[in-house]
Design a protein around this ligand. Structure first.
Ligand code: ZN
Length: 149
């Protein structure tokens, strides 16, 4: 049975390439780290034992410094190796759309503030209008003064 890489957006199989595949570590803390870095939420409720038995990551997800090639036929990971290289583009889309929604929410707030500003402006204009009215009211009196002459 071919080994499939558990990483998202990685379609490598052990039969397709000569890439090394690494089992998830049995150590719960380290296994947790692997699952976290994979962003595979569906693996989070699996036990390290299950993961170790059924899931593997290909060597593409490890920095070369994490991999020790002891011989052409044997590739092992360092004891504390953690996969860090993932193509998470499809996973990044979700936070992006969430980000967009958040911007939309902000713009709605902005619209509200803009509306509030408009109200303030119109009330200011109204006040100015009143002032011009007042001055126009004052003008006839000035004209009246002129009439008096
Ligand atoms: Zn892979």
């Amino acid at each position: 049975m071919p080994n499939f890489c558990a990483a998202p957006n990685c379609t490598r199989k052990s039969t397709q390439s000569d890439l090394a595949f690494f089992r998830f570590p049995r150590d719960p803390a380290r296994c947790q780290k692997w699952v976290e870095n994979c962003r595979r939420a569906d693996l989070e409720d699996k036990t390290p034992d299950q993961l170790n038995k059924h899931y593997r990551l290909c060597a593409k997800h490890f920095e070369t410094s994490m991999i020790c090639r002891t011989s052409p036929y044997r590739t092992v990971l360092r004891d504390n190796a953690i996969p860090t290289i993932f193509d998470l583009t499809s996973h990044l889309n979700n936070p992006h759309s969430r980000h967009r929604k958040r911007i939309k929410g902000l713009s709605e707030d902005e619209i509200r503030t803009l509306k509030q500003k408009k109200i303030d402006e119109t009330s200011e204009q109204e006040q100015r209008h009143k002032e011009t009215n007042n001055s126009s009211v004052q003008n006839p009196s000035a004209e009246e003064g002129g009439d008096e002459r």
